[in-house]
Design a protein around this ligand. Structure first.
Ligand SMILES: Nc1ncnc2c1ncn2[C@@H]1O[C@H](COP(=O)(O)OP(=O)(O)O)[C@@H](O)[C@H]1O
Ligand SMILES: [Mg+2]
Length: 366
């Protein structure tokens, strides 16, 4: 059993003002789960991971691993293994020696170390390279040696801090699939940090989104995408991002380009209960479509067309009261409009509108 629990755990760095790098984090990770911590640079991801590893103090609250409070336990006694962005392999040791080093320090017999290293090397496709030095390996192979070093220790939790950021884009995509498959096979509770939301969405059983040290939402990739808890998560998850605009609100709906976009009744009720005269309106590029000029919708002047083959993304300007705002619309890649053209844009589905409080960003409806 190795579930992990942060209970109102904070790390506050001294300074004026002090930095609450991780602010009252409440997060439960189930035994065997692959949880991804994602957020922009400086949001507190590494600090949260280092608190769990015991490399950073917990100034408030507590952390437990497998039901045991480890808040004041030494890093070496926490039964975790960490993989960092910089693999820091020992250059004078072979791959096999690098992988077995922690076991040697534990005083494990040589033959047993050799077996464990051979087993991990097989999982990681490193068997032919065990006698090489790290400098004779590719970046991807070195990254796998770093993984191997963690695996042989058979910890109850793996912690990974941006372990793929030194790899090129193609290798990164391959390796993330390999890590996810490996985690599945080993069934070891894993907490994985990345700033890349695509990586987060493709790897995690659940994804925890951090901003300014505060947990914004923790849920499955699907739920984060379909049901973001606030405007920050809505804009952060998804590529290209959700169109998020703060627009005037009248009794008939959200005002765009002189037309009122009808909003769900519960949203209108929530907005009027809070006395809002504006609303933050969110719609993903795939929820919009090109329409004929006779259809209800709003006009967009095309500024850029991103052709991706099957799809194209049309970027353009839409008038909102006295200024214009940029929108992105996904269209069929075979018949994209041209730059400078004025097109009518309509909603595919009114139920896929997301609405947020214009100041707090909180989601207005369930
Ligand atoms: N040792 C430190 N001393 C002071 N501030 C720190 C220290 N480490 C991190 N911070 C601050 O804490 C915040 C979170 O940092 P970090 O956890 O590294 O973010 P991330 O990994 O999400 O990029 C940042 O504002 C950073 O400047
Ligand atoms: Mg970091």
């Amino acid at each position: 059993m190795a579930e992990v629990a942060y209970a109102s755990a904070s790390r506050v760095f001294a300074g004026s003002p002090p930095v609450r790098a991780v602010d009252a984090l409440d997060l439960d990770v189930a035994d065997g789960e692959f949880l991804v911590l994602v957020g922009p640079s400086g949001s507190g991801k590494s600090t949260a991971l280092r608190m769990l590893a015991g490399l950073e103090d917990v100034d408030e609250g507590a952390i437990s691993i497998g039901g045991r409070d480890v808040t004041n336990v030494q890093p070496k006694d926490r039964d975790i293994a960490m993989v960092f962005q910089s693999y820091a392999l020992y250059p004078h040791m072979t791959v096999g020696e690098n992988m077995g080093f922690a076991l040697k320090l534990r005083g494990m017999p040589k033959t047993q170390i050799r077996d464990k290293v051979a087993e991990a090397a097989k999982l990681l496709d490193l068997s032919p390279y065990l006698d090489r030095k790290p400098k004779a390996l590719s970046g991807g192979q070195r990254q796998r040696v770093a993984m191997g070093r963690a695996i042989v220790r058979e910890p109850s939790v793996f912690l990974m801090d941006e372990p793929l950021s030194n790899l090129d884009a193609k290798l990164r995509v391959e390796t993330r699939a390999n890590i996810a498959a490996l985690q599945q096979r080993l069934g070891t509770t894993t907490i994985y940090v990345t700033h890349d939301q695509v990586e987060a969405m493709t790897m995690g059983h659940r994804v925890a989104v951090l901003k300014d040290g505060l947990l914004q939402q923790c849920d499955t990739p699907r739920a984060l995408y379909d049901h973001p808890a606030n405007a920050f998560v809505a804009g952060f998850i998804g590529s290209p991002g959700m169109n998020l605009k703060t627009v005037p609100l009248t009794s008939t709906g959200a005002q765009l380009d002189g037309i009122a976009v009808a909003l769900p009744r519960d949203a209108m009720t929530a907005a009027s209960a809070q006395g809002l005269s504006e609303i933050t309106f969110g719609v993903r590029p795939e929820t919009l479509r090109l329409a004929t000029p006779e259809e209800d919708g709003f006009d967009l002047v095309v500024e850029l067309v991103e052709e991706l083959g099957a799809d194209a993304y049309v970027h353009g300007a839409v008038r909102i009261s006295d200024h214009s705002e940029r929108f992105v619309v996904r269209v069929d890649g075979r018949t994209p409009p041209t730059i400078g053209q004025k097109v009518r844009v309509a909603l595919r589905d009114h139920t896929e509108i997301h609405l947020f409080h214009p100041e707090t960003g909180a989601r207005l409806t369930d």
